[in-house]
Design a protein around this ligand. Structure first.
Ligand SMILES: Nc1nc2c(ncn2[C@@H]2O[C@H](COP(=O)(O)OP(=O)(O)OP(=O)(O)O)[C@@H](O)[C@H]2O)c(=O)[nH]1
Ligand SMILES: [Mg+2]
Ligand SMILES: [Zn+2]
Length: 325
């Protein structure tokens, strides 16, 4: 795969020039995991760590590499992981400054367009849309509102005034991802190998739309819960997926933190996301305290899970906070 398909262009070539003499290779970060990154170079997709020098120079966590970053890497001679030596200056940065997280969290870098995805059938919430819009407007990327699940009705489009009130200049498209209804209009946003990130509540169909626009089933999707129509936090890692037709998609997990301030506070009471993470802990009976290989603690450290929510969960489940004496 050529770097151009990944969004590489004259700007990046120029910025990378200083690293050529250092023997470094250009790459894009396509995945962020607990202990490592996945990067794509012109030749291969590889695992990578970050150079200590880079970690020491970062004044905050969002300075460190994240999904979408173009980076300069040194390849290992053997089978070992590559090392990210430098992050090229970003054109945009989608950064969440949520309550409860210790530091600003980088959701995606070098994103040109963000689809703020909502869905017919009860997801729409004007306050939440405004928070998403603020997040995008601060990032340097262009916002686009995508109303999914057209087969379930047209109540949101009927509320046209409310959406227009958010920002009249924001393009809004009604689509049905599952039946591939109206997807062609979205192609324009990928032109010139641009990168589009999808944000929105769990269950609105971000991964379904990702798969349709990629033309393959790259991402897992899951039915919303029958009793309240909410999603199940199926996507747990941010990932950049390259489209064979050009352009890239950053699929993201539903942003719990942005929903915490819902008027009804309902989101604070269910912990599906934490229980899902807990299935990845090394020990079945992990109490998410000091156990090694705890996926829940790792998610907190990565900023994917708010420390506040974890504390709330532990208090409800009788975890280590309650029992710590
Ligand atoms: N009725 C209807 N359902 C859809 C449509 N698009 C997606 N869905 C369904 O909505 C459910 C959730 O879809 P996902 O793509 O997993 O949602 P997501 O936004 O990625 O959710 P998270 O990964 O949890 O953040 C699945 O059962 C999809 O089949 C649509 O156009 N109409
Ligand atoms: Mg998903
Ligand atoms: Zn654990």
């Amino acid at each position: 795969m050529s770097l151009e398909t990944l969004g590489w262009n004259g700007r990046w070539r120029e910025l990378f020039e200083v690293h050529i003499s250092e023997g470094l290779v250009p790459a894009r970060v396509v995945g962020e995991h607990r202990s490592h990154f996945r990067i794509a170079t012109e030749r291969a997709e590889l695992s990578a760590g970050t150079a200590g020098r880079l970690r020491n120079a970062a004044s905050q966590r969002s300075d460190l590499p994240g999904v979408g970053d173009f980076v300069a890497v040194s390849l290992s001679k053997g089978d070992g992981p590559a090392t990210i030596e430098a992050v090229l200056p970003r054109t945009s940065a989608l950064i969440r400054k949520a309550s409860g997280t210790p530091e600003p969290q980088l959701l995606a870098a070098n994103v040109d367009v963000v689809f703020i995805v909502t869905a017919q059938g009860g997801d729409f919430n004007l306050q939440r849309m405004k928070r998403y819009l603020a997040l995008v407007q601060q990032s340097g990327a262009a916002p686009v509102i995508v109303v999914n699940k057209s087969d379930l009705g047209d109540e949101i489009i009927g509320l046209g005034g409310a959406i227009a009130g958010i920002g009249p200049e924001v393009p809004t498209h009604a689509i049905g991802a599952r039946a591939s209804d109206g997807l062609r209009v979205l192609e324009q946003y990928f032109q010139g190998n641009r990168t589009v990130a999808f944000v929105g509540s769990s269950g609105v169909g971000k991964s379904t739309l990702t798969n349709k626009l990629l033309g393959r089933d790259a991402q897992a999707t899951q039915e919303v819960r029958s009793y309240d129509g909410r999603g199940r936090h199926t996507t747990t890692f941010r990932q950049l997926l390259v489209r064979p037709q050009g352009g890239a998609i950053v699929d993201t997990p539903g942003l719990r933190g942005l929903e915490l301030w819902n008027a009804d506070g309902a989101d604070e009471r269910d912990f599906d996301d934490i229980e899902r993470l807990a299935t990845q802990c090394r020990f079945r009976n992990c109490r998410h305290g000091t156990e090694p290989g705890c996926a829940v603690r790792s998610a907190t450290a990565l900023g994917d899970l708010e420390a506040e929510r974890l504390a709330d969960y532990l208090a409800h489940s009788g975890g280590p906070t309650r029992n710590a004496r």
